[in-house]
Design a protein around this ligand. Structure first.
Ligand code: AGP
Length: 607
């Protein structure tokens, strides 16, 4: 996915665009560019990071004008290079476009336009939009936009400049996020809020195929029939420093340290006098009793949070839970029962596969409950009920506080549904809720040990590969721990159900192989210890994660990381912390860009 910024006002556009793109670099950073209107459209773009673009602007001579659009790219069609970078311009230079998404029918459209004499210079799908806009241009940007939208298929957030309309930007979105920032004699478009914060906290959220015409002193939003739409103004409640690093080297460490706050903010509005209140979702006791099955659908770490959810919901509410990867769910012809519900988990609320899975479940008529961290995001707006995680903006590509807040809501749902279905007494609820409320301070205690784990990480930073093993909920956490290590340090790390290792994969274990073994589930502990012995017998170096008071594990493992005592169902919130810190320091030791790992993007809004 990519980052888009647009500016129209009384100040120079270039600095605003560059600053905004820097706030969006986490969305994609393999190339970038801007188009600014002075007496003509000036375009500067380049492969590489934003610093390279700034350098190029300096050497190309400054770019003046008060209207402009900018883009930072995560390549889908066409390698990251100067030509494929956005903005893309029509052959005659009249139209300039920035785009986030995928135009699925770009090839036939390109052929059609080539027959009309248009010449293409890039490999991208986006260049087709610029040429199409020019081909359809009739002097009215809205008419032209409508015709373009009717022709293209796929996902898009588009910002468009026209040489003949120097006092306006036109924009639209479908499936890719786009906000409209409302300023004083200046207005903005952006893919995400951090790009706006320095200038305004007031914004519109666009729905699919709502067309916005941005002028210095006026913002008009129209539907596909050119009818004006009035929109609610959203106001950002957090400040720009929240979206800044706060003195940490990387956003990821800041967000690891923010997990106690994120969990408290997510739990406390929903726990009143020891009782769980999920008021933002319209589920009566009868509704909960009638639930036939729960389908949890997500991607990546959100899917790992869903796996934790499966264990705790089946344990406490005795409702069958299936957990699906969204990219599989949407195509496997899922068999859904009218009394099933679908829980969609997504930090960004914009992940394309997850949004598509939501729409498939909705098409089959089942109720959608989503767990999302971004207010008003596409997934939130298409759900029947939303439980927001209040983790605050998460900038690092590798999620930490977003994931932890998702797990916290999994616990609340499990307990609330279990109580409604008569499996948990009022007394038990109070005790379990008290444990949940204690999790943030237990994490704070754990985080004080991060220095010890730093040393352990440095000692293992050059390993070629690793395993993370566990049983039950520990296996779900092992998946998250393995992903953290892989995605920021580029070490190949495999999570394995500890009991499954002996069915083949243990052949990979040899002298010095690092195995992180999560050993917190009392009922499965002896089995886990056997699995540790199996890998030890083949030369593995084992770092175990166990609950305080377990002295026996130290006789089996080479090193032990202890977490505070907690009900086994809730250990996921604690044993993920050392895995996050370990991965972070391994990545730092290996000189990786922790916040923006290679090949990745914060939210994958394309298939
Ligand atoms: C996690 O560290 C990754 N960044 C990735 O797996 C992420 O969890 C996944 O892309 C889902 O994103 P979402 O929660 O925004 O839908």
């Amino acid at each position: 996915m990519c980052g888009i910024v647009g500016y129209i006002g009384q100040n120079q556009a270039m600095p605003v665009l560059i600053k905004g793109l820097k706030k969006l670099e986490y969305r994609g950073y393999d190339s970038s560019g801007i188009a600014v209107f002075s007496d003509h459209l000036q375009v500067v773009k380049t492969k590489g990071r934003l610093a390279d673009l700034e350098e190029k602007i300096k050497t190309d001579g400054s770019i003046n004008g008060c209207v402009g659009i900018g883009h930072t790219r995560w390549a889908t069609h066409g390698a990251p290079d100067d030509v494929n970078a956005h903005p893309h311009t029509s052959s005659n230079g009249r139209i300039s476009v920035v785009h986030n998404g995928i135009i699925e029918n770009y090839l036939p459209l390109r052929t059609e336009l080539e027959k009309k004499g248009y010449t293409f210079v890039s490999e991208t799908d986006t260049e087709v939009v610029a040429q199409l806009f020019d081909a359809y241009y009739n002097g009215d940007m809205v008419d032209t936009m409508i015709r373009v939208i009717q022709k293209i298929r796929g996902s898009y957030a588009l910002g468009v400049l026209c040489q003949e309309k120097p006092d306006e930007i036109i924009a639209v979105r479908k499936d890719s996020p786009l906000l409209v920032g409302l300023g004083n004699h200046e207005n903005f478009i952006a893919s995400d809020i951090p790009a706006l914060l320095e200038y305004t906290k007031d914004y519109y959220l666009l729905n699919d195929n709502e067309i916005v015409v941005l002028k210095k002193d006026c913002v008009t939003i129209l539907d596909m029939e050119k009818q004006e739409i009035s929109k609610e103004i959203y106001h950002v409640t957090w400040d720009i420093s929240t979206a800044e690093k706060g003195g940490y080297d990387y956003f990821m460490m800041k967000e690891i340290m923010e997990q106690p706050t994120a969990i408290r903010a997510t739990l406390s509005p929903r726990i009143v006098n020891g009782e769980i209140q999920l008021d933002s979702i319209q589920y009566t006791t009868e509704d909960i009793k009638n639930i036939n099955r729960i389908h949890i659908v997500a991607c990546g770490s959100a899917w790992h949070a869903g796996l934790v959810g499966k264990y705790v919901i089946e344990d406490y509410a005795r409702i069958p839970v299936e957990v699906d990867l969204a990219s599989e769910f949407r195509y496997r012809k899922p068999i859904l029962h009218p009394n099933d519900i679908c829980i969609i988990i997504s930090q960004s609320g914009e992940t394309a596969d997850t949004l598509a899975a939501l729409r498939e479940a909705k098409r089959q008529g089942i109720r959608i409950l989503s767990i999302v961290n971004v207010v008003g995001s596409s997934i939130a707006r298409e759900s029947d009920d939303v439980l927001y995680t209040w983790a605050g903006p998460e900038i690092a590509v590798a999620t930490t506080k977003g994931y932890s807040a998702q797990i916290a809501l999994m616990y609340l749902i499990a307990l609330k549904f279990g109580q409604a279905r008569g499996y948990i007494s009022t007394e038990e609820i109070k005790q379990l809720v008290a444990e949940l409320e204690n999790i943030p301070s237990q994490i704070e205690t754990l985080l004080k040990q991060e220095g010890e784990w730093k040393a352990l990480a440095k000692a293992h930073a050059q390993i070629p590969n690793a395993f993370v093993i566990g049983r039950g909920i520990d296996y779900a956490v092992a998946l998250e721990g393995a992903l953290k290590l892989k995605e920021i340090s580029y070490i190949h790390c495999e999570a394995y159900a500890a009991g499954e290792l002996k069915h083949g994969t243990i052949s990979l274990v040899e002298d010095g192989t690092l195995v992180l073994a999560i050993a917190t589930q009392d009922a499965l502990y002896e089995k886990l210890v056997s699995n540790v012995k199996e890998v030890k017998a083949r030369g593995a170096y084992v770092i175990a994660i166990a609950k305080e008071g377990n002295t026996e594990i130290a006789e089996v493992a080479d090193n032990v990381i202890y977490i505070p005592q907690i009900t086994d169902s809730f250990t996921a919130s604690l044993d993920v912390i050392p895995l996050q810190i370990f991965s972070y320091y391994v990545a730092v030791e290996r000189g990786c860009d922790v916040d923006m790992p290679r090949n990745l993007a914060k939210s994958v809004t394309v298939e």
